[in-house]
Design a protein around this ligand. Structure first.
Ligand code: NAP
Length: 317
């Protein structure tokens, strides 16, 4: 009987229905999140471990990486790796893999859901019908704003940003983007300054990476430039927007609306936002469809199998 390779698992694979069972079927996961004294557990049980299994939410900090002398690979479920100390991993020649591409379409779809949801007051209308206000209150349900034909500004024209942009063409939108570098393989207009993109756009959709390099990239001056008719949508990471500045801009009417799948201190959401009809709030579900979550699990297991077969991962970071 062959023994199943032992892997250190940072957090549960709760987002894909079958992923935890599949992990247990082929590997022996050491379940770090269940341990009270994590450092003692690693020192006692994980000194021979070659692979860490984690997710974009649980990540892997430098102290865990450096407490594993035999570590060779960190395989993560999710595309964002801002919660993994990639620098510490690479300093020790530890491979890091993620699950890109397979979630791109569903995250882009959700960004569009948020744009439409805020503009056409879809969640607000649903609340209005459910609470029995239709036909009961004076005046009509408030008007929304037109989406088709408007100006769409994308911050970060990567895999997801580009998929959001492509959908914009179907809505007859004019699309421009900002990232650190202009791409020479696309015809979308480039704005070298984030503020000038915000000043031009009706919708500013955030699709950059998270982490320290983009923290509070969207600050009060950018929100001011987007203006009272402007709508911001964030499917990237909560840290990219200065959340306090955004709440202030929405409260004072300096910003028109917001569609948010991600927040600065998840799962905490500012109470002020929960009282506003100009925002739509979601619990970080960009990739949360059955098909995509299964595909992400498949890619995680392909990376694990590849590493244990020949020491390589398929989708390195
Ligand atoms: P990607 O292909 O690597 O694209 C990231 C883009 O961000 C690139 O175009 C990059 O362009 C740009 N960028 C990086 N730093 C920037 C900066 N300082 N200013 C402006 N642009 C910057 O990644 P992806 O697959 O599209 O995923 C994007 C992010 O979406 C992930 O990192 C993750 O955080 C988030 N995400 C969220 C969910 C969800 O459930 N809501 C699900 C999946 C992913 P340059 O390098 O040229 O600047």
């Amino acid at each position: 009987m062959t023994t199943k390779p032992r892997v250190l698992q940072i957090g549960p694979l709760a987002g894909s229905p079958s992923a935890q069972e599949r992990l247990q079927a082929s590997y022996t996961p050491l379940e770090l999140w269940k341990q009270e004294d994590k450092a003692a557990f690693i020192a006692r049980e994980a000194q021979d471990v070659r692979v860490v299994v984690t997710t974009a939410s649980f990540g892997c900090p430098a102290d865990v990486i450096n407490a594993l002398p035999k570590l060779e690979a960190i395989c993560s479920w999710g595309v964002g790796y801002d919660s993994i100390d990639v620098e510490a991993a690479h300093a020790r020649k530890v491979l890091v893999s993620n699950t890109p591409d397979v979630l791109t379409d569903c995250v882009a779809d959700l960004a569009w859901g948020l744009m439409l949801g805020v503009s056409r007051r879809i969640a607000q209308g649903d609340r209005y019908v459910r609470e029995g206000s239709w036909g009961q209150v004076h005046g009509a349900f408030p008007l929304g704003v037109r989406v088709s034909g408007k100006k769409l500004g994308i911050v970060g024209l990567g895999r997801i940003g580009e998929a959001i942009a492509r959908r914009g063409t179907g809505f007859d939108m004019d699309v421009r983007y900002h990232s650190r570098r202009q791409r020479n393989d696309t015809d979308y207009g480039y704005e070298a300054s984030l503020e000038s993109l915000a000043a031009w756009a009706d919708y500013l959709v955030i699709a950059t990476v998270g982490g320290p390099s983009t923290r509070h990239l969207i600050n009060a001056p950018v929100l001011d430039a987007l203006g009272p008719q402007g709508i911001i949508v964030n499917i990237a990471r909560g840290s990219v927007i200065d959340e306090a500045a955004m709440v202030e801009a929405l409260s004072s009417g300096k910003l028109g609306g917001a569609g948010l799948d991600v927040f600065e201190h998840e799962p905490k959401v500012p109470d002020a936002l929960k009282k506003m009809d100009s925002v739509v709030l979601l619990p970080h579900v960009g990739s949360a469809t059955l098909e995509t979550r299964e595909a992400m699990a498949g890619m995680l297991f392909d990376n694990l199998a590849s590493f244990f077969a020949d020491g390589k991962v398929i989708t390195p970071v």
